[in-house]
Design a protein around this ligand. Sequence first.
Ligand code: NAP
Length: 317
Amino acid sequence: MDRRRLGQSDLEISVIGLGTWAMGATVETWGHVDDRESIAAIHQALDLGINFIDTAPIYGLGHSETIVGKAITGRRDEVVLATKCGLLFPQRKDQLPPRCLKRDSVVRECDQSLRRLQTDHIDLYQCHWPDPETDIRETMEALVELLRLGKIRAIGVSNFSCQQMSVAREYGPVHCLQPPFSMIHYRAAEDLLPYCESNDIAVVPYSPLAKGLLTGKFGVDDTFNDVRGRDPEFLGDKYQRNLHLVTTLQEIALRYDKSVAQLAINWTASFPGVTSPIVGAKRPSQVVENAGGVTWSLADDDRAIIDQLLEDHRRAC
Ligand SMILES: NC(=O)c1ccc[n+]([C@@H]2O[C@H](COP(=O)([O-])OP(=O)(O)OC[C@H]3O[C@@H](n4cnc5c(N)ncnc54)[C@H](OP(=O)(O)O)[C@@H]3O)[C@@H](O)[C@H]2O)c1
């Protein structure tokens, strides 16, 4: 598996990463999840040369980090480990996670993650979402101090705008951005990707399969009780248009003897400015299929056809 440098850090990450949100989740969030399969999926990823693993405290309120920690025991040196701070555990089930990027909270969260991950350092430590109540200067000073102490190796931000990154970079290095980006979540291409490319900031997009929509496994009659049921891409006319797009993409994927998931991953991973898409998986077979998304090249004329398809799709939505 090829590797790419993570921005201006000295870390090298595989051209796809493994996302572990679903591995920590409850049935209401991601349907059936099995810890043994999750650990086997992480091992499968490492065996295939996927060294970049992304987690967060909020994924299952510590459960995803705990599973990752168990899985990488004895293999820590094979992993570029990414986790996050800034979304606190809600007090009630119906409450959204409160945002907090205050200095003491960031430092406390880092120590808690280190314990759950059973490690003495986090390679990439990311602000999960901007916190409008905290001056980013305070957050960056805390992160720079964690870098100095060797508790983290690189600083990342997720769901930040270009303007928010520019302000953060006044107070310390931002090595990496984690935005949503896929064939059907295209907004990052308009400003974030060019901004990061011109400032040598790595981009590790999340949800490159649009929560499984771009795998081609869903049909017109499917209904969703998990996180997908609350996502507009899985609802009404939009869902039907997305299914139509997936069917058309499937025809192109077949020409390469690939699945539509592999096509979607290939398209994202080879998009200018993208360093390594973070692909979520729950079991080893999904990891194997997804790894097959980056071992081949899409011809320029097919890429042009896809780009036109996506533009038409965006206009229709
Ligand atoms: N920073 C942020 O705010 C943020 C937000 C979201 C995600 N993330 C990160 O990005 C990662 C990936 O995003 P994501 O999990 O939302 O979405 P994704 O990568 O677009 O989709 C992952 C889901 O699709 C299904 N899947 C994966 N490979 C498959 C295959 N080959 N065949 C069939 N189904 C397959 C699995 O769920 P099922 O088996 O249940 O279908 C899997 O959990 C997360 O795990 C997390 O690390 C970050």
